[in-house]
Design a binder for this molecule. Structure first.
Ligand code: SF4
Ligand code: SF4
Ligand code: SF4
Length: 314
């Protein structure tokens, strides 16, 4: 992450003021978990996706994002792995099976849609000391540019590395990420990507019902799916859930464990603010949490190899 001297002093100055206010920040204090037990969510069935990128286009147009360099008809972009950025709240990536090599006719690819997972207990919300990110009881995690001081702790804290930053805009840079089409779903409409997917890859609904649907699909199509729903338990649960025919780790969905990162980040933040620590220390600490999560998961993965996941297709 690049940061020049002027930006550093601006951030540290703002942070010093912000740290005085941190004790009063209601975001961490009020975490009505019980309200979030039945949020809205989306179930992404990766076995149905054909990689057409219409969801990317729908999202880009709905949110009036800048046009990407390559047009949405250009499928050559699938040759490389992409991440969300300030012009793309969602991207499709193509995967072959690690065990069987790169995709071809005999080894069909899996296309995977990525966007903010709208975690049930989001690390980004917890890391933001000025309450610029909010987890709504209906599910979406939204961003308020008016509150943002540009510290980018959310980018460090997010276990999926989702939030992007408008580095190219020196005057009014914003953190950008999928909004879960918050205003649309409040009005009873579907998110744009859900509406425009021609294969009905993405199902929108109450998270509890999506979990029922996913379990029903797994039961009624033995051999088609992994016997696991990604996002059901990862990082304390996410609003976006995934089904896959192959191991989730082989299609870009990281192994993250079930503990919600905010438990760790909050403890670190509160400790640091008590002693008026500098933002650089906080950057390092939050980065350390992400590293620690990865380390713990690698250990879990190792122990898993002794009892491989049932139903995994080769
Ligand atoms: S995926 Fe990252 S940005 Fe999205 S809610 Fe979770 S922690 Fe926040
Ligand atoms: S939910 Fe809305 S903002 Fe998020 S990827 Fe879909 S269209 Fe884009
Ligand atoms: S629109 Fe649907 S089928 Fe096309 S890439 Fe997106 S999720 Fe896949």
């Amino acid at each position: 992450m690049e940061i020049n001297r002027r930006q550093f002093f601006k951030i540290t100055g703002t942070m010093a003021a912000a740290s005085l206010l941190a004790e009063k920040n209601p975001v961490q204090a009020a975490r009505p978990q019980s309200l979030w037990t039945d949020t809205y969510g989306c179930l992404v069935d990766t076995t149905l996706c054909i990689g057409c990128r219409l969801c990317e286009q729908a999202c880009n147009e709905r949110h009036q994002l800048s046009k990407p360099r390559e047009s949405f008809e250009e499928l050559a972009v699938l040759e490389r792995m992409r991440r969300m950025d300030e012009t793309s709240y969602t991207v499709i990536n193509r995967y072959g099976r690690k065990e069987t090599g790169p995709p071809d006719l005999k080894n069909p690819p899996t296309f995977v849609k990525f966007q903010c997972m709208h975690c049930q207990d989001p690390a980004c919300v917890s890391a933001c000391i000025v309450g610029a990110l909010t987890k709504h009881p209906s599910g979406p995690v939204t961003y308020d540019v008016k509150k943002c001081i540009g510290c980018r702790y959310c980018m460090i804290a997010c276990p999926f590395q989702v939030p992007a930053y408008e580095y190219h805009d020196p005057l009014t840079p914003e953190v950008r990420k999928c909004t879960f089409c918050f205003h649309d779903i409040q009005e009873g409409k579907l998110p744009a990507c859900v509406q425009f997917c021609p294969r009905e890859v993405i199902t929108f609904g109450k998270r509890s019902e999506l979990l029922h649907l996913a379990n029903w699909k797994i039961r009624t199509h033995p051999g088609r799916y992994q016997k696991r729903i990604y996002g059901e338990k990862e990082v304390g649960g996410t609003s976006w859930l995934y089904l896959s025919s192959g191991p989730f780790e082989s299609i870009g969905l990281p192994s993250l464990g079930t503990e919600a990162p905010p438990r760790l980040t909050e403890a670190i933040q509160h400790g640091l603010f008590q002693y008026f620590a500098t933002p650089l220390i906080l950057f390092a600490a939050l980065g350390g949490v992400r590293g620690l999560t990865g380390y713990l998961n690698k250990r879990k993965e190792k122990s898993k190899t002794k009892s491989p996941e049932k139903g995994a297709r080769p």
